[in-house]
Design a protein around this ligand. Sequence first.
Ligand code: BV8
Length: 237
Amino acid sequence: MSARAPGNIVMLTGAGISAESGLGTFRDKGGLWETFDWQKLATPEAFAADPHSVHAFYNARRENLVAAQPNDAHRALAALELLWQAEERGDFLLVTQNIDDLHARGGSREVLHMHGELLKSRCNPCGHLFEHEHAITPDTPCPDCGQPGGLRPHVVWFGEMPLGLDTIYEALAACDLFVAIGTSGTVYPAAGFVAEAKAAGAWTVELSLEPGEVSTLFDERHYGPATRIVPEWAGRI
Ligand code: BV8
């Protein structure tokens, strides 16, 4: 239980919450960044140098995602959101580093995708942002302006500005409870959120398979598979 009656809650999820849905994590054994070099696939420079390989990397992950299903951890957070709102306990902000749509498919109504979304792409020339499940190549024409060669995944690459940071920092400054789920605490600025929450006086909780890189900053820590520890924790607060 937190030291303070929970009021405003901010949750931050990472790849670990989708691991049991069959989507790869990044830094675990056999993870994406062990198999692929993120510097060759998840930076604007990599995309400029080799758009074919980058599109192929995201097309493969999009195909996996379409076949995947949300799990009990996603569903537990959706139920918690409903409870928080029904009992008017305070603000509820779910921030995810993940680019999958499993939180939404698990029932969450408000999800802030700070690293973008795999099922969306945008046209650099005209700015059109659209949802799709099909594969994209450097020759695919924009569904709006028709120009080929200008489409990119709506994903935040390394060196690019994450999305929604103003909303996130505002919520962290006012939060009473901060919960990080299934993230290694390796990537900034997300890995710095726990320090922001602590500075605001929040109770901080880490739920993951094993301690992440900023584990020592958390007041409370529970380790195990998300499909077990997230419903257990959500059922207690
Ligand atoms: C930024 C989208 C400026 C793409 C991702 C040098 C050059 C350029 C930048 C930097 C640099 N040095 C440092 C930086 C900053 C950089 C950074 O942090 N780099 C790291 C490598 C040091 N950050 C950036 O570039 C960011 N932008 O800094 O802009 C700025 C600065 C300040 C303020 C504002 C702006 C942009 C980073 C976003 C990159 N895009 N993803 C894609 O998905 O392809 S990052 C990628 O890693 C994922 O999105 C993911 O979100 C992120 C973190 O990974 P995790 O989610 O934590 O996953 P991971 O595999 O690491 O861990 C899994 C965890 O789950 C583990 O703890 C494991 O124990 C647990 N787990 C596993 N199984 C389970 C489980 N838990 C529960 N149950 C299970 N079953």
